[in-house]
Design a protein around this ligand. Structure first.
Ligand code: SF4
Ligand code: SF4
Length: 234
């Protein structure tokens, strides 16, 4: 399970401030287990956004947003609602937000922060990865994660080594910041580059003791069944 927690509502309102029509998309996988998603949260978000003057153009759950083909196939049925939307608010881990951004040309904004799980979680064959930085900034980067896509995990733009849109560290690989620039240009959001945080709080990268108590770690510590001691069993 990829552990993710809701971003504070005030932050969500801020990152949605440029968009009037909002489509809310939820993942039916990990956010259910983490209690950071599910139909009830989507309905709560819808009510909050309507209260703050937004138009909610649609609401949808997809079983696993980390399955890009599934995301594409299921969003295809919702094109009329997406046409009435200026942005998609994605209730999932960072992979789900990136997968959504790869399939549609609307801004895909994270409703959750993904926490670091200290090791590989699940099997994800595509290029979209999440390192669980705890403070997702995909709303600023066109849904492309600089932490996992840039060879140096740079957070404030391209290094001097890129050539023809390729990375200087691995020349077969696209430069992440070139991709981010092109995506933001296509979305008309190049201004986002000026909003990137100058400093990053690396304490978010670590999962707090509190989170450890109420997420996957707690489940793993609980023994579900203890066999009774019998004469033949010590
Ligand atoms: S910015 Fe990247 S590493 Fe951080 S939560 Fe978002 S997708 Fe994951
Ligand atoms: S060339 Fe691009 S992807 Fe490679 S390290 Fe520099 S900024 Fe990152």
């Amino acid at each position: 399970m990829i552990v993710n927690v809701p971003k504070p509502m005030e932050e969500l309102k801020e990152l949605l401030s440029d968009y009037q029509g909002v489509y809310i998309l939820g993942c039916g996988g990990c956010p259910i287990g983490c209690e950071s998603g599910g139909r009830a949260r989507l309905e709560d978000l819808k009510a909050e956004l309507i209260k703050s003057g937004k138009k909610v153009s649609g609401i949808q759950m997809i079983d696993f947003l980390c399955n890009k083909a599934l995301v594409g196939a299921q969003l295809r049925c919702r094109i009329p609602a997406l046409k009435n939307s200026n942005a998609v608010l994605v209730v999932s881990c960072g992979v789900g937000v990136q997968a959504t951004a790869a399939m549609i040309d609307l801004p895909s904004l994270p409703a959750n922060n993904t926490l670091n799980s200290q090791g590989m979680q699940g099997l994800w064959p595509s290029v979209e990865r999440c390192d669980g930085c705890g403070d997702c900034l995909l709303h600023l980067t066109g849904g492309i994660c600089p932490i996992t896509r840039c060879a140096k995990s740079l957070l404030n733009g391209q290094c001097g080594g890129t050539q023809d849109g390729k990375c200087e560290v691995e020349t077969q690989r696209d430069c992440a910041w070139h991709l981010i620039y092109e995506k933001l240009k296509a979305l008309g959001k190049l201004d986002n580059l000026k909003k990137l945080p100058k400093l990053r709080d690396y304490r978010n990268w670590e999962v707090s003791d509190q989170e450890r108590k109420n997420t996957r770690w707690a489940l793993e510590e609980e023994q579900l069944y203890r066999a009774p001691k019998s004469a033949g069993r010590q």
